[in-house]
Design a protein. Sequence first.
Length: 337
Amino acid sequence: MISIQNLNKIYKTKSGVVNGVDNVSLEVKKGEIFGIVGYSGAGKSSLLRCINLLERPTSGRITVDGLDLTKLRRENLRQARLKIGMIFQHFYLISQKTVFENIAFALKAANMPQAKRKKRVEELLKMVGLADKRDVYPSQLSGGQKQRVAIARALANNPTVLLCDEATSALDPTTTKSILNLLKKINQELNITIVLITHEMNVVKEICHRMAIMQDGRVIEEGSVYEIFAKPQTDLTKEFISSVVSFDIPEAIYKECEGPIVKVTFRGTVAGEGVISDTLQQFQVKGNFLHGSIEYIQDLPLGIFIMELRGQKEEIHKAISYIKNREAEVEVIQHGL
Ligand SMILES: Nc1ncnc2c1ncn2[C@@H]1O[C@H](COP(=O)(O)OP(=O)(O)OP(=O)(O)O)[C@@H](O)[C@H]1O
C-alpha cells in the first residue's frame, strides 16, 4: 500500500548537514494502522511529511497505491494528495471559518460542486460526532472537538490513507482515548490505512497493528506491536515500553532475594492457562512474585511476571525447562543458582 524505499531527507543548515531521515525502507500494508515512535528529533515528522511529499525527499522512492509520488508532476501530485488525508497536533483549522466551512473548503479544493458539498459535510460531521457544531467557529470548540473537525476535513475527499502527525499530543488522556477510538473506527469501517507518528507508546499500544522505532533518522526496530512488546530488541524500545508497562523493582527487594529472579513472558492464550501454578505444584520450588501484569494488545493477552524461585538447584532448573516447554519465555535476570 505504502512503500518507502531507501528514503533520505537531508537538511542543509548554516551549522552543517542534518540527516533528518537516513536510508529508511518501510512497507505499510493496506488497512493497517502503522505507528512510528521516537523521541524528539528522531526524524518522525520528516519521514511522515515525505510520504505525501509535503517534504520532498533528497533521495529514495515513495509509492502509495502503486503510484510513485516522487515521479509525479505538479497537477498529478495534487490529485494524488487528495487521496492522502493528514491531521496535525495543532489541528490547523481556519479560525475565520465555521466548522461547516472548514470542511467544505477541502471539498471545494477538490472541485466538488457546491450543491453536493452540504450533504457530504453533514455526513462527515455525523461520522465524527459533531453534527450539532456545524455553525460554530473553531475558537468555540475544545481540543478534542477541533481534532474531530480536522479528521472530518481530512476524510472529506475519501482518502485511502490518513497520516497523523502527533494527533493526540495536545490532548488530555480521556480525549486522547476518544480520538484514538475514532481513528480505530475510521480504519475498520472505511478501511483507511493509517500511519501515525507519536512519542507516546500508549498510543501505539492502543491502536496500532505494526510499528517502527526511529532514532537519529533511522528505523532501528520494526514489527507487530504485540511481538515488539513481547520481545523488544533494542534498549530504546525497552525504554519506550517501560513508559507503558514498567517492571521496576526497588533495589532493596532485589537484595533480599536468595534464589534466581526470572522474568516469564506468556503470549496469546497461554497467558491464562495457569502455567505458573502448574509449575509450582509439580516441582519442589517456591515462587515469590515480585511484579507482574497481563497487558492486552490487539485484544491478545501478553503476560509478564517477575518472580524469585526458591528451592534446590535441580528443581529450579527443571521448573524453568517446564515453563519453557509450555511456550513461555523465561529470562533469568538475576542469578542465584
Ligand atoms: N526544516 C528543517 N531544517 C533543518 N533541519 C531540520 C528541519 N526539519 C527537521 N530538521 C532536523 O531533522 C531532524 C529530524 O527532525 P524531525 O522533526 O523529523 O524529528 P521528530 O522525530 O519529528 O521530532 P519532533 O517530534 O520534535 O518534531 C532533527 O535533527 C531536526 O533538527
